[in-house]
Ligand binder design. Structure first.
Ligand code: DUC
Ligand code: ZN
Ligand code: ZN
Length: 503
């Protein structure tokens, strides 16, 4: 076999193994053909010598906002996907967001497709954000979207007037998705708790960016997460709660998982590395805290971080995504919307942070590849599960993305050999179209030396981005796998077959 590319001598890491050093990966036509030793290389074979380097699967970032209308100063596909590959992410699943007044998903898909086509450095797919789940959408359109377009997941919001669905609508969606084998993602925060607190903050003229965190306390996430789990339990449907930031809410998930409910959890870099202190801003400019305004907000105490790190290690979290949802800071249509006539109004600050580029290096930096074993927060295999294998399986890309094995797309990250790739994150190094990074000054023990997408080097740290924006392919996804628990549970307290009286 004449390979196009052979990667030699690295240490391959999968979701279950750290393989012995010295193995070779043979790649042809964008696919991994074999893993072996002494693979033949002809004159046309490119060889990458990776001695002493870890090799992990290209990252799958399953929570990215690009080219969304409600974020006009955020990243589009060109800049967002460029930023992704520079940080080791080769697959992005972004959102196609239904406007509240839209009664069909077809124009929504067409609109988002136009923005992404030939503009992505990374392979990509979409989840629909459903804001107006009409009968026609649930019964007629979703089946077509799944079967013909490979869109097999939806996201719902329990808060935000312009986006939220009520509990009855959540149930209708869960039942529809269950019957189609689709995955439901949910933003769980209590709308009414938040609104009540905002009213009080406004009455008391507390309007600095920091009050965004006060307006959305942990208990709002805890209550809504428990409610979301209960709705999923009634519907006997799989669910993933996105961007979890509260230990108590995550404990609700863990308790559900121990009862074998198919409840998955996602967290994001900002909830593991940053605290609400950041939203206080600089002493000379409190408004600069707007750079760190996101929802759920950054939490107050180091103990909050500890609980989340435990759930990274103990398996409760299924995925670790960026929630890249940025707005420019120094822009009248970006974060500065929260300065009204020069006076801060936290409710007007667009929510969200950039992070698609820094997600993978931040987490890799917490593995034994970069930390003494007693300080490492997770194993290398757990890193691979969270950043690549699990999101690929959960969102219907199993067998193609998220692992290093024969038959898979040759999507790889080759890390610098030990101790040679350390980086201090700074805005100057970023490839997004945003004017700051919330992780400025954070030290990471390594950075991708190469990112490889379907056998092509697309990021070479010594040269920069070497891929091109027409290379990314649209991914028609299959049905997602249930990665924790199972379908077919009886809600606590119900008698056998009780649902059949009303289903
Ligand atoms: N939800 C997200 O998923 N991203 C940014 C802000 C939000 O509320
Ligand atoms: Zn959200
Ligand atoms: Zn998001």
């Amino acid at each position: 076999m004449d390979f196009d590319l052979v990667v030699k001598n690295g240490i391959i890491v999968t979701a279950s193994e750290v393989l012995q050093p010295g193995l070779e990966i043979g790649i042809k036509d964008g696919k991994i053909i074999c893993i072996g030793t002494a693979l033949p290389a002809s004159t046309s074979t490119q060889v990458i010598e990776a001695e002493g380097a870890y090799i992990t699967p290209g990252g799958v970032d399953s929570h990215v906002h690009l080219a969304q209308k409600n974020s006009p100063t955020g990243d589009g596909w060109e800049t967002g996907s460029r930023s992704a590959i520079a940080g080791g992410t080769t697959t992005i699943i972004a959102f196609a967001s239904q406007p509240k007044d839209a009664t069909s998903l077809y124009p929504v898909l067409e609109d988002y497709d136009k923005k992404a086509k030939d503009q992505s450095y990374a392979d990509y797919g979409y989840h629909f954000i459903l804001t107006n789940p009409t009968k026609a959408i649930l019964q007629e359109e979703l089946p077509v979207m799944a079967a013909q377009h490979g869109i097999t997941s939806v996201k719902l919001y329990m808060t935000y007037e312009a986006m939220r669905v009520d509990d009855r609508q959540v149930l209708d969606i869960l039942f529809a998705c269950r019957s189609l084998g689709m995955t439901t993602m949910i933003h769980a925060e209590s709308h009414d708790m938040i609104n009540l607190i905002i009213e009080g903050l406004e009455r008391n003229k507390n309007a600095d960016p920091f009050f965004h965190a006060v307006a959305r306390p942990r208990i709002a996430e805890d209550e809504a997460s428990y409610r979301a789990i209960s709705l999923a339990e009634l519907a006997d449907a799989p669910m993933l709660i996105v961007h979890m930031s509260s230990e108590v809410a995550v404990n609700h998930v863990r308790e559900a998982q121990t009862r074998l409910l198919p409840i998955h959890a996602e967290t994001c870099p900002h909830y593991l590395f940053l605290l609400s202190e950041e939203i206080k801003g600089k002493s000379h400019d409190h408004f600069s805290g707007a750079k760190h305004v996101c929802s759920p907000p950054l939490r107050h105490h180091p103990k909050d971080l500890e609980g989340l790190w435990q759930s990274i290690a103990n398996g409760t979290f299924t995925t670790f995504s960026s929630d890249h949802a940025p707005s420019k800071y120094d822009h009248p249509g970006g974060k500065r919307l929260g300065l009204v006539d020069g006076i801060p109004r936290f409710t007007k600050i667009p929510n969200g942070l950039p992070g698609v580029e820094t997600r993978i290096p931040l987490l890799f930096g917490q593995t034994p590849a970069c930390q003494p074993p007693e300080k490492a927060n997770l194993t290398l295999s757990r890193f691979v599960q969270l950043t690549a294998t699990n999101p690929a399986k959960l969102y219907g890309l199993a067998g193609r993305k998220g692992s290093i094995a024969p038959g898979y797309d040759a999507d790889l990250i080759i890390w610098h050999p030990k101790d040679t790739g350390a980086v201090t994150i700074s805005q100057d190094l970023m490839h997004h179209d945003i004017d700051y990074t919330p992780f400025e000054g954070v030290h990471v023990g390594n950075w991708p030396r190469y990112t490889i997408l379907r056998g092509q080097v697309v990021w070479d740290k010594s040269k920069g981005v070497v891929g091109n924006m027409k290379y990314g392919q649209y991914l028609k996804r299959g049905k997602g796998q249930v990665l924790t628990g199972r379908i077919g549970n009886l809600p606590r307290g119900m008698i056998e077959d009780e649902r059949r009286y009303w289903l």
